[in-house]
Design a protein around this ligand. Structure first.
Ligand code: 6PG
Length: 239
């Protein structure tokens, strides 16, 4: 099934629409199952969306918040995805601390990954080998079409049975060590919302939607059955 694309005039409009859809999906999930689980990406684009979500009159009770990926830096570091999430959402909305599941970027990468997998297994009550099913996974995309911390040529893109792992991204000089959810978890989400804005994402989006299907080369082609892209008109320029 082709992911659908919603195009907005501005990055703000795309972020607002994506954030509102996320809250609607979490509400539906909680109605169905009493609670909901979401994994949020980092980077810079989601900040606007998180600020919008925090302002909405949303009841956060029963919502478990996880990270899609994290740079292996302390949680107060300028490059920390958790720091961005804390500043724009967690500190601004009534979210219980024990409902937030942080990747411990301050630890050695393999240790951080192991602990994160353990925490996910415990939260989802997984049997050995079972993958978590997130109600929503909110993803972004780099100008090189990476998503999560799965970058072009990353061998782990072929791993569809693991939950999360440490990766080393040579070209990300400022924060090469990362922990990321793996492809099988991304593909298993009930809903995936991808937010991308700005002309610097246009070429990557063209390769996602018009290039050959090859997630090893174009990781943002990784998708779950219900995937919707929220983009602005500049990012849509080559579609
Ligand atoms: C990260 C993110 C990553 C992000 C893209 C887009 O750790 O970098 O999780 O996957 O979504 O890099 O980042 P921008 O929003 O900053 O362009």
């Amino acid at each position: 099934m082709d992911p659908s694309i919603l195009t907005f005039d501005t990055p703000e409009a795309a972020a607002d629409a994506c954030g509102d859809r996320i809250l609607d999906l979490l509400e539906e999930a909680r109605k169905d199952r009493g609670q909901a689980a979401i994994a949020l990406s980092g980077g810079s684009t989601p900040r606007l969306m998180f600020q919008t979500m925090a302002k909405r009159p949303f009841d956060w009770r029963g919502i478990q918040i996880f990270q899609v990926d994290e740079r292996c830096v302390p949680p107060d570091h300028a490059l920390s995805n958790f720091r961005m999430m804390r500043e724009s959402l967690l500190d601004a909305a009534p979210i219980e601390e024990n409902h937030v599941h942080r990747i411990r970027g301050e630890l050695p990468p393999e240790e951080a990954a192991r602990l994160y997998v353990e925490e996910i297994r415990g939260s989802f009550h997984l049997s050995p080998g079972e993958l978590p099913v997130f109600d929503v996974i909110a993803r972004g995309m780099g100008p090189d079409a990476h998503t999560a911390s799965l970058f072009q040529g990353e061998p782990l893109i072929g791993d569809r049975s693991g939950i999360a792992a440490a990766v080393f991204v040579e070209k990300q000089k400022s924060a090469p060590h990362r922990v990321t959810l793996l492809r099988g978890v991304l593909e298993g989400a009930r809903h995936t919302l991808c937010l991308a804005a700005g002309g610097e994402k246009a070429e990557a989006l063209r390769s996602v939607f018009k290039g050959p299907f090859d997630p090893l080369q174009t990781p943002s082609q990784i998708a779950s059955p219900e995937t919707v892209w929220y983009i602005d008109k500049n990012a849509a320029a080559l579609l």
